[in-house]
Design a protein. Structure first.
Length: 108
């Protein structure tokens, strides 16, 4: 992945999280938590910021990061930011994460 893609990992957030998302500052630190018991996606990675869940890493991205995050001995953190108005209008994405320093599984 290119550097610009690593810096723009979208967070999938439904209506259940929107109020917490809207209270976030423009820049924040996110904690990534593996959720192996998710009934929707076996490799779910929850995104927690400012004390609450704000969504999930998109499944197509989570597949490469799930194992290292689940195996980490300490919480995995990364910088996040609220989307720009133009981002939100074109994609509906509210939050982006910077995965530059997040451990990734090697490609098969």
């Amino acid at each position: 992945m290119t550097d610009s893609i690593l810096r723009r990992i979208p967070v999938v957030a439904g209506l259940a999280y929107i109020e917490h998302v809207r209270r976030l500052p423009s820049g924040f630190t996110a904690t990534l938590q593996a959720e192996p018991d998710s009934r929707y996606f076996r490799q779910a990675i929850a995104v927690v910021a400012s004390g609450g869940k704000v969504g999930y890493v998109a499944p197509e991205v989570a597949r490469r990061y799930y194992a290292p995050i689940a195996a980490a001995s300490a919480p995995v953190h990364c910088p996040g930011r609220r989307s720009l108005h133009s981002d939100h209008e074109s994609s509906g994405v509210e939050l982006f994460l910077d995965f530059t320093e997040v451990p990734v599984a090697p490609e098969p």
